[in-house]
Design a protein. Structure first.
Length: 224
């Protein structure tokens, strides 16, 4: 999965963004200031940097320039400084995109994937015979593309981003609400789980990939 360096000093934003992006299948490491960000960037291993302009010990422009000079890693500014001067300054520093706060999480996710796709990133998520390509928003089983509805795709993405973990029905309902922007009730979730199993399991009546954990929820088996 793609690794993101989030440079932001507002802890509430960091916690919410980390939780959201991890649910979407990304690894996220956070830095609260310029010095920490530069140290982590120098270590390497990141596919993308999400960067605020205003930092307690410097500014994001310096971080962006250093990242671009050292590794060329894609950078997206995510900042409250949305005036023309700040936007131009961000692109002059070499950023790949610029998003003003407040932002919509799904729009941010789309822009992240677009930037990673242009950079050749956004690695696929896999589990046994399943493979999901976030850049193309396509899912495959044994190399054959699956015809998934938008809700089925989002559900599979959620399970692949949490392989081996038990996801409760209440958790799934909350996440699908956030992801789809539409009301998803318990009956809809039951139908969606069944239809997803029909498409990913060899024998949907005896699933080996998407297992029911009685009294708890569902788990996508990581070791399949």
């Amino acid at each position: 999965m793609a690794a993101i360096l989030l440079v932001e000093d507002d802890r509430s934003i960091v916690e919410n963004l980390q939780a959201f992006l991890r649910r979407e299948g990304f690894q996220v490491e956070a830095a609260g200031g310029q010095a920490e960000a530069l140290a982590l960037a120098a270590r390497g291993g990141f596919d993308l940097v999400l960067l605020d302009v205003s930092l307690p010990d410097g500014n994001g422009y310096a971080v962006c320039r250093a990242v671009k000079e050292r590794s060329g890693t894609p950078v997206i500014f995510l900042t409250a400084s949305g005036d023309e001067y700040s936007v131009v300054g961000g692109f002059d520093a070499g950023c790949d995109d610029y998003i003003a706060k407040p932002f919509r999480p799904r729009e941010l996710l789309s822009r992240i994937r677009n930037v990673l796709r242009r950079a050749g990133g956004a690695p696929a998520l896999t589990c046994g015979p399943l493979r999901l390509d976030p850049g193309r928003a396509a899912a495959y089983k044994d190399g054959r593309e699956l015809a998934l509805s938008a809700l089925e795709y989002r559900l599979l993405l959620l399970f692949l981003g949490n392989k081996g973990a038990v996801l409760t029905r209440s958790c799934l309902l909350e996440e699908l609400w956030d992801m789809a922007g539409d009301y998803v009730n318990d009956n809809t979730l039951t139908v969606c789980i069944k239809r997803l199993r029909d498409k990913i399991e060899d024998d949907p009546q005896n699933p080996v990939l998407l297992k029911t954990v009685r009294g708890l929820g569902y788990r996508l088996e990581a070791g399949v």
